[in-house]
Write a protein that binds this ligand. Structure first.
Ligand code: ADP
Ligand code: MG
Length: 361
């Protein structure tokens, strides 16, 4: 998948700008706070319908304006696609080839994207939320049914949790099985797809990690909880788990088991990276995971996603920079940095200088 061009209007600190991208490495460079990450963010927004950093759409709209527009044209193995997002304070409209889409699921899979920035260290160092987010963002792009299951699961979960706060225990116990039949079905889809994803990801991440560390360290990625069997068996097991937790959930006032509580174990040299790992180890592990993610996209979608590397080069030592570049040879990459010459080692690339929310030509 190649993004040919990107048009921004009243997006963040951009009044109006058009970017042309190459199929290889595109380097956005310039001083701090000029708009490099903003551009990277816009690209990812068209991939997933979410920003990697903004919580509210309003933040994306240029101060003093009512609406932002992001538009990109991309070309992949299924032909070309044009995606536009009109972003307003409290709503948005996304169009794919001019057709308004009704739900975010219909955006996913048009332009696949992998985003990596220094804050992705959270993936290794923070709590389980971050690792679930990693799986959700990635697998959702690969599978509409996963994304849809996730949205529905979360909705039912919310209702289930509201019910658990009801004082009428008898009513709660009567109603729970109704919710749980649906909950288990969506949970099974989530668990199944995550398991497949991790099974594919783990060996490649280990291999990339060995390459990045010259074989000095091993990386293991393991699902904390594993369910054997096919979809029906998993669904039955999950239903049993939900049912077995009624008393506990009632006491706690929320649902204490299910895929919204699952975690991944990330081990470096056999030790849990979250607890024992250094900053540098976490960085390399996170990078290995992201590089592996590229390969899963390639295997499943038949082509690489767009890779967005925001500010990661400055955090890597020279050998790792070279290795990273070696791993992304065939991948369209949008890379931001402050000093282009320090990351590129004389490679010919599409260099774009950003200053004050505009390209300096
Ligand atoms: N909604 C917005 N309207 C106007 N300016 C914004 C908005 N959001 C962020 N900015 C500005 O964008 C700049 C940061 O851009 P960013 O892309 O993060 O910088 P960098 O080039 O360092 O990656 C800051 O000057 C910030 O004030
Ligand atoms: Mg930045």
């Amino acid at each position: 998948m190649n993004i040919k061009n990107l048009y921004l209007k009243n997006f963040r600190n951009y009044a109006e700008e058009t970017f042309s991208f190459d199929g290889g490495l595109n380097v956005l460079y310039g001083k701090n706070a000029q708009g490099k990450t903003n551009c990277a963010e816009a690209v990812f927004y068209l991939c997933t319908g979410t920003s990697p950093r903004a919580k509210k759409e309003k933040q994306l709209i240029r101060t003093g304006e009512d609406a932002a527009l992001i538009r990109a044209e991309a070309e992949g193995r299924f032909g070309s696609v044009r995606i536009e997002a009109d972003i307003y304070e409290n709503r948005r409209e996304i169009r794919v080839n001019g057709m308004k889409i009704g739900k975010n699921a219909d955006l996913l899979g048009n332009i696949d994207g992998v985003f990596f920035s220094p804050s992705e260290l959270r993936l290794v160092q923070d709590g389980p939320d971050e690792r679930r987010r990693f799986m959700n963002v990635s697998v959702s792009q690969m599978s509409k049914s996963y994304y849809t299951a996730l949205v529905r699961y979360n909705k039912i979960l919310e209702q289930r949790n509201a019910l658990l706060k009801n004082r009428d225990a008898e009513l709660v116990l009567e109603t729970l099985p109704v919710w749980d039949a649906q909950l288990s079905r969506y949970a099974a889809e989530i668990v199944l797809k995550r398991q497949e994803f991790i099974a594919d990801l783990a060996p490649i991440a280990a291999e990339r990690h060995a390459f990045l560390t010259d074989g000095a360290e091993t990386l293991e990625v393991i699902a904390e909880k594993k369910y054997a069997g096919g979809r029906e068996e998993i669904e039955r097991k999950l239903a049993e788990e939900f049912a077995a937790g009624y008393e506990r959930d009632l006491r706690l006032g929320f649902t204490a088991c299910g895929p919204h509580r699952d975690d991944l174990k990330i081990l470096i040299g056999g030790e849990e990276a979250r607890v024992y790992g250094s900053q540098g180890q976490a960085r390399t592990a996170a990078l290995a995971l992201k590089l592996a993610e590229l390969e899963i996209f390639k295997a499943r979608a038949g082509e690489y996603p767009v890779l967005i590397l925001d500010d990661v080069m400055s955090e890597l030592d020279l050998p790792r920079r070279r290795k990273l570049l070696a791993c992304i040879g065939g991948v369209q990459t949008i890379l931001t940095c402050t000093h282009a010459e320090k990351v590129l080692f004389g490679k010919t690339v599409n260099k774009i200088r950003i200053s004050g929310g505009a390209i300096r030509r």
